[in-house]
Design a protein around this ligand. Structure first.
Ligand code: ZN
Length: 97
């Protein structure tokens, strides 16, 4: 795809809080950010958090910080480590233009 034609983000609705959020385009991957997908962390399409599949960053952080038991139940240990690592590197953040 021509670089100038690549989207910067797309607007999505969070399954959990129903608010709009922007999902950033990752040029290196040629796709939209995976961080908002619950299945990206669970590595299993059938696993959802409270029935949610796509969530905004504040809800993602709520899942991780305030629902840790559930988080650890459905996210494999190595993915949990990756998530914690992303947090410490400031990579779990809302898309800003
Ligand atoms: Zn949300």
């Amino acid at each position: 795809m021509n670089k100038t034609l690549q989207p910067k983000f797309k607007t999505e609705i969070c399954d959990n809080c129903k608010k709009e959020f922007k999902r950033g385009w990752i040029p290196n991957l040629g796709k939209f950010s995976n961080i908002n997908l619950i299945s990206h962390w669970t590595r299993d399409e059938s696993k959802t958090w409270r029935g949610n599949k796509l969530v905004c960053v504040p809800c993602l952080l709520e899942w991780y910080k305030e629902d840790k038991t559930e988080f650890k139940k459905i996210v494999p240990a190595n993915r949990y480590q990756t998530f914690a690592n992303y947090i410490s590197r400031g990579l779990i953040k809302e898309y800003k233009e």
